[in-house]
Design a protein around this ligand. Structure first.
Ligand SMILES: Nc1ncnc2c1ncn2[C@@H]1O[C@H](COP(=O)(O)OP(=O)(O)O)[C@@H](O)[C@H]1O
Ligand SMILES: [Mg+2]
Length: 372
């Protein structure tokens, strides 16, 4: 256990007289998960009536605070920095409370039902938000210097705004992705080209000895697989698409299209460790083209097919399953032969979009992996 974790309230207040004069520590112990470096407490700011989080460490925190200042809005807002009488350091920051939670506790509590395509849509929304935070941290191609690599991406260092919203005419329910995720704990973060120190081995790309954006993206591959399956995969379990497929098979989306997209994105994130062409920004562009910028009616029909258990079927069977979704979307109150024919044609559109494929069996169409 690190020294900060053993630090009692009185020890903290003795080390930091300035903190003692301004804040009241809440509770008798640190909040959140204790890891290698510091301890985070909740505290009442008595000068400005509000609650903050305070991170203490016997190690230097000034680098962490400087990096937090340099990046935009992707991390918790930092307020003040303090030095203790025996060289400890501390800083106060915005306290992230419900509906914020760490991604690790979100993963722990989350439920998956068999063939849960909505679960997958949500995973992808979270993934996009994480990539968005990273793309902004990693900097734009034209920006010189200050390209920050987080270097300790993992579920315990990601905060998620866990507040779903039902929106009409889309399958996406999470808050707008720009303000849905905060990447915290820049304790081992560094500029690109720096040395990896103090990272978490289970998320760290093997054989990468100087950090670049691929260092973080590799950790995203592990995190995303964990978000889907609840189990953190071993490095070798992501070594090729077949292995990734086996990892994800424990929790299928019920749609071959979504299952394969998950395999592909994990592969690309993982390969970012060795191929500098895969940046967070490019991965977002890829995800948008494959998922977020697609016609929502197509995705809604795909969801309906999975929900109604149509793993495969004839065109008429698929059309029957998606009819209510299409009718609701277009506001059809009565059905007619023409509307039924349009719905049948939409099955062809789903095939063109890649959401459904033709079976090897004649006149049949496939939705789920393994169906025919
Ligand atoms: N701003 C915050 N608001 C609420 N909880 C926080 C905040 N910052 C950190 N925590 C909690 O404290 C834990 C440890 O914080 P972190 O900065 O990751 O420290 P360490 O360097 O020890 O890993 C986090 O996993 C989280 O549960
Ligand atoms: Mg941490």
């Amino acid at each position: 256990m690190n020294a900060a974790a053993r630090f009692k309230k009185d020890d903290i207040l003795a080390e930091f007289p300035e903190i003692d004069s301004r804040y009241t520590l809440i509770g008798d112990e640190a909040i959140g998960e204790i890891s290698g470096f510091g301890a985070v407490w909740r505290a009442q700011d008595n000068w400005i009536d509000s609650t903050v989080a305070i991170k203490f460490s016997e190690h230097k925190l000034s680098d962490e605070v400087r990096l937090c200042r340099e990046i935009d809005g992707e991390t918790a807002r930092v307020f003040d920095f303090y030095k203790g009488v025996n060289g400890w350091e501390a800083y106060t920051m915005e306290h992230l409370e419900k509906p914020w939670s760490t991604l690790s506790s979100f993963i722990e509590k989350r439920r998956y039902k068999k063939s849960d395509i909505q679960f997958y849509f949500e995973c992808f929304e979270i993934l996009r938000a994480i990539l968005h935070g990273l793309s902004s941290m990693h900097g734009k191609p034209y920006q010189r210097g200050s390209r920050v690599i987080h270097a300790d991406i993992k579920p315990g260092n990601i905060f998620l705004l866990n507040k779903r919203k039902k929106r009409p005419h889309t399958v996406f329910t999470m808050p707008a992705y720009v303000d849905m995720v905060k990447l915290i704990d820049l304790g081992v973060s560094t500029y690109r080209g720096g040395k990896p120190i103090g990272y978490t081995p289970a998320y760290r790309p093997p054989q990468m000895n100087s950090v670049g954006s691929g260092f973080d993206l590799y950790a995203v591959a592990i995190t995303f697989a964990e978000l889907i399956t609840k189990q953190r995969p071993m490095h070798e379990n992501l070594k090729n698409p077949a292995a990734i497929r086996r990892v994800l098979a424990t929790r299928s989306s019920g749609s071959f299209f979504m299952d394969e997209l998950a395999v592909e994105i994990i592969k690309r994130c993982k390969n970012a460790a060795t191929q500098s062409t895969h940046t967070a920004e490019k991965l977002i562009t890829y995800l948008d083209s494959k998922l977020f910028d697609r016609e929502h009616l197509g995705l809604m029909c795909l969801r309906e097919l999975v929900k109604s258990g149509v793993g495969s079927g004839t065109k008429d069977e698929l059309a029957e399953a998606i009819y209510p979704t299409i009718a609701k979307y277009w506001g059809w109150e009565r059905s007619s032969a023409k509307r039924k024919a349009m719905t049948n044609d939409f099955v062809d559109t789903l095939v063109e979009e890649g959401f459904v494929r033709k079976s090897t069996a004649p006149r049949r169409f496939v939705v789920a992996n393994g169906a025919s």
